[in-house]
Ligand binder design. Structure first.
Ligand SMILES: Cc1ncc(COP(=O)(O)O)c(C=O)c1O
Length: 390
């Protein structure tokens, strides 16, 4: 099928929930991908932070293909080796104790909410509130959407689950008032608000928030769905903040392109859930976990240092462009505030010139694969220069 036929079929038979770019992509290698007609695109999106090793990394393809041909799924009623291996490496890497696997970021957040609520309920039935931050994003399922601190995403889907509270990022006094009320069991926050506009939280705010949680025996969850697995130049972004969360949620980049999500739990939270409390049919799927094991193996210090350097390199080039007001983010998670052009216009112009970029709230957002070569970075930056520096 050619691009026109694919687009027509999509419009006819798929519910219109995505503002798709006018592009069909059918193949790719690292940071380059191609349309059915052979048009080449440079990828500054990683499929929204998913393809951390780029398109079709050889070791990843080999591991996934090997596992698919060996056994593809057994259910969680039986032990499975790739899944236990993944849990071992994730816990060793972070110092956390245990892992739970599911399929998406939203499901990971649901898990964190359930653990926090069960922990809170065990102390007092009144302790069931969850505090998140305004402008946050935690997913599209009903509880994860309720946790998301953006009214524009709530408006058509009431009523929501009770017991969610929202605090202004950086306002520690407001956080204190909510958390000292005795009714909160959990705090969930991104370290860098991704969908909310690549807003990097202040270090002091995060540390004080964590201190207040510890003081009140409140479960602190770092939502690392977008920031995790090397994206910011550290394995998890909380490592920039000198804190250790009680729960870490992960998804996106860990799977390297196949659906994964989950939580890591520490000493306080590892024994909260017991058989019957929670589950996920596909969670820990051996094919997905085999791919994730490759992602982790490749995510060494060299790669993460390279991510930090490439991020700085891109930021420095962008900051010199006349239509760039400011650049935020860490590593290869970059937000660009523009002037004189809207993020959606810039995105469209970039696609027309052969570069894939993202938006996030009022900004343009770049999430290139962590393995992108400098040559492809330069090609992408040149295209951005044509749009943002005329
Ligand atoms: C921080 C964060 N949490 C949760 C989610 C939801 O993840 P998913 O789309 O896999 O459900 C996202 C998705 O963008 C995210 O960025």
């Amino acid at each position: 099928m050619n691009s026109t036929e694919i687009k027509e079929r999509d419009k006819k038979n798929i519910i219109n929930t995505y503002k798709r770019n006018d592009t069909v992509i059918i193949s790719g290698k690292n940071a380059l991908c191609y349309s059915p007609e052979g048009r080449e695109y440079i990828d500054f999106t990683s499929g929204i932070g998913v393809n951390s090793l780029g398109f079709c990394n050889e070791e990843w393809v080999e591991a996934v293909s090997y596992q698919a041909a060996k056994i593809q799924h057994t259910s969680n009623l039986y032990y499975n080796a790739p899944c236990t291996e993944l849990a071992r490496t994730l816990t060793e890497r972070t110092g956390m104790e245990k892992a739970f696997f599911c399929n998406s970021g939203a499901e990971a957040i649901e898990t964190a909410i359930k653990i926090s609520r069960k922990y809170g309920n065990s102390k007092s039935p009144a302790r069931n509130g969850i505090m998140t931050l305004k402008q946050s994003f935690h997913g599209r399922t009903m509880a994860a959407l309720t946790a998301t601190g953006q009214e524009k995403m709530h408006k058509d889907f009431m009523p929501f689950a009770e017991g969610f509270f929202y605090c202004e990022p950086g306002n520690i006094k407001e956080a204190e008032d909510i958390l000292d009320s005795g009714s909160i069991c959990g705090v969930i926050t991104e370290m860098i608000q991704g969908e909310g506009g690549v807003n990097v939280l202040e270090k002091d705010f995060v540390k004080e928030l964590k201190d207040i949680c510890d003081h009140n025996d409140i479960i602190f969850t770092a939502d690392e769905v977008q920031t995790g697995v090397g994206r910011t130049g550290r394995f998890f972004a909380y490592e920039h903040y000198d804190i250790v969360p009680d729960i870490i949620t992960f998804a996106k980049g860990l799977g390297g392109g196949l659906p994964i999500g989950g939580v890591l739990t520490g000493q306080k939270t590892s024994e909260v859930l017991v058989p019957g409390d929670h589950g996920s049919t596909f969670g820990g799927n051996p094919v997905v976990c085999s791919g994730a094991n490759v992602v982790i193996r490749q995510m060494d210090k060299n790669l993460m240092d390279a991510v930090s350097k490439k991020g700085e390199y891109i930021k420095e080039k962008l900051e010199r462009m006349s239509k760039v007001e400011s650049v935020t983010g860490l590593g290869l998670m970059i937000g660009v505030k523009l002037n004189g052009i809207s993020p959606s216009d810039a995105t469209k112009q970039a696609v027309d010139r052969g570069l894939l970029v993202l938006t996030a709230d009022e900004k343009m957002r770049l999430l290139p694969p962590l393995t992108i070569e400098y040559e492809d970075i330069d090609k992408g930056i040149n295209i951005l220069g044509e749009i943002l520096d005329q």
